[in-house]
Design a protein around this ligand. Structure first.
Ligand code: PRT
Ligand code: MG
Length: 213
């Protein structure tokens, strides 16, 4: 039986590889050069499903993959239904923030327009502080919204802050911290327990040895 692990290309894939290697899992090809969407592993007991970062939780929830590596930001937005989250991988660290022009008052008594791909997180964040907002769904380049007058503010992931700075924006309010998590389909955890548990434990050991004490 072959286990399926859903991963996204880019930073998650690159940072996850050394952790999977410690669990003796090695992709046979690179997703950056291969056109295959299902990549075999060298060992053959696992295969990789290459999906959009925002689709990883959905694949694992519905059993399209047994395991996945996904940002906590994506998990918060997804809701986590049908998923177990046994492990924080401490990679792809970033913050979900409300951002906008430096002069913007997020507590002014006006209905703010907030552009984001994190519509659930943004709605919950403003509702928890009793502020009325209009949410505008975008799929990328959120930073453009305040520059063009599409929105007053955005909710987006910030790492170095360089993208904000380059566009004359600043982080104004913290919404959530994020790191990549190992997630497991609830049903797979029961039916494939003897295959999945050793993988979790070996990745856990690799994560621990990566951490400064
Ligand atoms: O593929 P899809 O468009 O659906 O997803 P994606 O573009 O979010 O995928 P990807 O690979 O960019 O990000 C995957 C995961 O990495 C995210 O879900 C986060 O958990 C995590 N992560 C960590 C980040 C960043 N850091 C990050 N800086 N995701 C995105 N960014 C973007 C941010 O949106 C902004 O545009 O980088 C820009 C800001 O970076 P700084 O360093 O200039 O602040
Ligand atoms: Mg992207």
């Amino acid at each position: 039986m072959t286990l399926r692990i859903a991963l996204s290309k880019g930073r998650i894939f690159d940072d996850t590889l050394p952790l999977l290697a410690a669990a003796n899992i090695h992709p046979a090809e690179s997703p950056e050069t291969s056109r295959k969407l299902i990549l075999p592993s060298v060992e053959g007991d696992v295969e990789f499903l290459i999906v959009r970062a925002s689709d990883v939780a959905t694949y694992v929830q519905h059993g399209g993959a047994d395991l996945g590596v996904v940002g906590k930001d994506v998990l918060l937005e997804h809701g986590g239904e049908g998923l177990l989250e046994p492990l924080d991988l401490h990679i792809a660290r970033c913050k979900l923030m409300v951002c906008g022009p430096p002069e913007l008052d997020l507590h002014a008594n006006v209905r703010l327009r907030v552009a984001t791909k994190y519509t659930q997180c943004a709605r919950a964040h403003f509702a928890s502080t009793s502020r009325q907002v209009e949410i505008i769904k975008l799929y990328g380049s959120m930073e453009l919204a305040p520059l063009t007058g599409l929105a007053d503010a955005i909710v987006d992931v910030v790492d170095t802050g360089n993208t904000l700075k380059a566009n004359g924006l600043v982080a104004l309010e913290h919404v959530a911290d994020s790191t990549a998590r190992l997630v497991v389909n609830r049903v797979s955890m029961k039916t494939r327990h003897s295959l999945i548990t050793p993988i979790i434990e070996r990745v856990r050991a690799a994560v621990a040895s990566n951490q400064p004490n």
